[in-house]
Design a protein around this ligand. Sequence first.
Ligand code: ZN
Length: 342
Amino acid sequence: MPSANTAAAPASPPGAFVISLDFEINWGVRDQQTLAQYGAHLRGVRAAVPAMLALFAEYGLHVTWATVGLLFFGTKAELLAHLPAVQPAYADANMSPYRALDEVGPDEATDPYHFGRSLIAEIRATPHQEMASHTYCHYYCLERGQTVEAFEHDLGMAAQVAAEHGLRLESLVFPRNQYNASYLSACAAAGITSYRGNEASWIYKERSEEQQALYKRGARLLDAYVNLSGQHTARWADMAASFPFNIPASRFLRPWSGRLKVLEGLRLRRILAGMEHAARHGEIYHLWWHPHNFGMNLTENMAVLRQIATHFRALQARYGMLSLSMSEVATRLLAISTAASA
Ligand SMILES: [Zn+2]
């Protein structure tokens, strides 16, 4: 075995395609939309998840499912037996799901909005799928009123419930992308090795709900169709520089839109070009969405996903691009940072 002095720097891994999904059903939308408004999208998750899993298996795609911890249960009784001792005291009390538990039905068969046990079982039965965390209660790290102590209790309960299911959660997606740098040590203490950071551009900078400006939303919409802010691919060496590792988002896969039909080709081309850039330069392209984004227009959304998967296969053949879950990226980053500090 060569000594640390004489060993050549390890070759950087090839480019990689990373997919993370924010799996939340109603826990991620309950404070912003009613079931009357959005229920059909949420019920559609029950068909969207198996359809996506079949495609991931067909194309050998490794996917990270950042799952809200409250979805792990099959009954309300189990859920009520797993409430954290310290809960977030948001200034806007409506943000706390613990204030709305009377809306939860008795079990998954009667309430498709708040339980995910059977879907989690399907995900776990599919090869190369990583069960990860989207916090326990869809926790908002930048909202007024909550504290790092409540966040620690949230991650602690997520880890406990996962452990009861024989799982260890290693990757995290911050709900509403409210990334909070001062909460990273709490993440590391809870066993998190990587998180999904936001796209590196001012239009994607993390903000609380009340600070979201309309012009910024407009810029993000435009950026989905034309290259306004760059490809947002990430370099291995940059990601390896700090821990927990930031595996930043490259792009949100917007749901198919009949209203914006003429722009659909542009939207897809923007994603394929970003993947190609990552493959050619040995970088990471990280695509994300929510299963409920496929809850309506499933056929059209699956057709888009199949084009993306087909493009990945071509890049895999041509450039050796990998499909990696976030925890698989983190494992490689650990090797890079260990070699760099040896
Ligand atoms: Zn979410």
